[in-house]
Design a protein around this ligand. Structure first.
Ligand code: UGA
Length: 439
């Protein structure tokens, strides 16, 4: 099938490359000329495992192409996915102007029946506005349908999440569009062995929109819940990891997203939570629960810095090493990373901060206060009066801890992601603090 994807961010580019991989002909559109030029050379503007290979393969096999012209994408395709950004405004509401602009251009450029699919995370009822906008600019009355097909992929494992999803949600009110979207996803459904095939859920347009916001809000709530439990664990002398294992064994709860730490960041949870809270308010519901989820998340960073102060006393002129800057491993994404807030607080107190991240340092330079960038974890350790772990990169789990201890000026590790076992760290002679690890 011929498809176009408008927007080549994480979601758009992964969608395009993966749909080309399973046999569709895909045109990816973006109004950023430099991004498109880079993509045409087979290079991707973000760090995302497996994605560049797929882009190169898709182009080589002639199924994936790039353009800056929406018109070109729309005219050549049967289905057009909107995957443009919906960044937060100061009020917490998402800025939907890019979605509106794209809808207008689609309306002006359509030449035959088209299914327009909302892939960006948007508030409930946005699909209706997309439909109205296209109707208004579609002067030739070309038939079309609008659907919502939210994306649940995670950064860092976007390709696998797209190709092997738990579920595919298609929200639309038209049989014709539904059948077309089912054929788009048929090769993805068949990619997994029978017993692992994704559930395909057909809903109304609005339900699909709400499913996306409610899913992210629920996951954020799970993280804040375990973080609140971690705070109690610290007061009661209990290890939150044991508690999380015990909770997670209940199938109704599940073991995922119960890792306590310095909280969630990234471009999805913080902004989607704000947006969902705002939509609820506009519809007349005070979603107090979500406000508390956010408060707990913010508090985890504050508590973490307090731990540093409790162990080091004054921070002025103290050398503090930081491992991990990205909001999570396997990404170079610094957007709303907890590290930004934590490092800002340390620098404000006068600490000299040395940092290392395997992928995110270039992006970090744009958002962090003045810090010393190092080329390895060991360079961070050298002479530092404590070591903080803010992202759980695999590389950090494999550190030579004896060497770390020798290099550190004081053997203090404060682990915001609970990657080490407290007992073993104690045996190695470290003063070790995790989050909720029973002290
Ligand atoms: C999230 C959702 O997981 C995806 O399903 C969704 O498609 C995506 O948002 C989106 O809306 O685009 P993502 O932001 O890439 O994906 O990352 P996650 O793996 O969900 O992690 C989010 C944050 O939660 C990270 O900062 C991570 O460190 C933190 N986290 C996660 C915890 O603190 N504890 C956990 O147990 C799990």
């Amino acid at each position: 099938m011929n498809l176009s994807i408008i927007g080549t961010g994480y979601v758009g580019l992964t969608t395009g490359a993966c749909l080309a991989k399973v046999g569709h002909r895909v045109i990816c559109v973006d109004n950023d000329q430099s991004k498109i030029s880079l993509l045409k050379e087979g290079k991707i503007p973000i760090y995302e495992p497996k994605l560049e290979e797929l882009v190169v393969e898709g182009m080589r096999e002639g199924r994936l192409s790039f353009t800056t012209e929406i018109g070109e994408g729309v005219k050549k395709s049967e289905v057009c996915f909107i995957a443009v950004g919906t960044p937060p405004k100061e009020t917490g509401e998402p800025d939907l102007s890019a979605v509106e602009n794209v809808a207008r251009e689609i309306g002006e450029n359509m030449e035959r029946y088209l299914v327009i699919v909302e892939k960006s995370t948007v508030p409930v009822k946005t699909g209706r506005w997309v439909k109205t906008t296209i109707e208004r600019y579609n002067r030739r009355n070309i038939p079309f349908d609008v659907a919502s097909n939210p994306e649940f992929l995670r950064e860092g494992q976007a390709v696998d999440d797209f190709l092997y999803p738990d579920r595919i949600v298609i929200g639309c009110d038209s049989e014709r569009a539904k059948e077309i979207l089912l054929s788009v996803y048929e090769p993805i459904v068949n990619l997994s062995p029978k017993e692992k095939r994704p559930a395909v859920l057909i809903t109304s347009l609005e339900s699909a929109e709400l499913i996306k916001h409610a899913s992210n809000a629920f996951l954020a709530m799970k993280i804040s819940f375990i973080n609140a439990v971690a705070c109690i664990c610290e007061l009661a002398g209990v290890d939150v990891k044991e508690v999380a294992t015990g909770i997670g064994l209940d199938k109704r709860i599940g073991k995922d997203f119960l890792n306590a730490g310095i909280g969630y960041g990234g471009f999805c949870f913080p902004k989607d939570l704000d947006a969902f809270t705002k939509i609820a308010e506009e519809l007349g519901y005070n979603f107090q629960l979500l406000k508390e989820v956010k408060r707990i998340n913010d508090e985890m960073r504050e508590r973490f810095v307090k731990k540093v102060k409790d162990l080091l006393w004054n921070l002025k002129d103290k050398k503090i090493g930081v491992l991990g800057l990205a909001f999570k491993p396997n990404t170079d994404d610094m957007r709303f990373a907890p590290a930004i807030d934590i490092i800002n607080r340390l620098v404000k107190e006068g600490a000299v901060v040395k940092v290392y991240d395997p992928q995110a340092m270039e992006n970090a330079k744009k958002v962090l206060p003045p810090v010393i960038y190092c080329s390895s974890p060991y360079e961070v350790c050298a002479g530092s009066e404590s070591l903080l772990i803010l992202t759980e990169w695999e590389e950090f789990r494999k550190l030579d801890l004896k060497k770390v201890k020798e290099l550190l000026r004081l053997p203090i590790i404060i682990d915001g992601r609970n990657i080490f076992a407290p007992e073993e760290m104690k045996k190695l002679g470290f003063i070790y603090r995790g989050v909720g690890r029973g002290y």
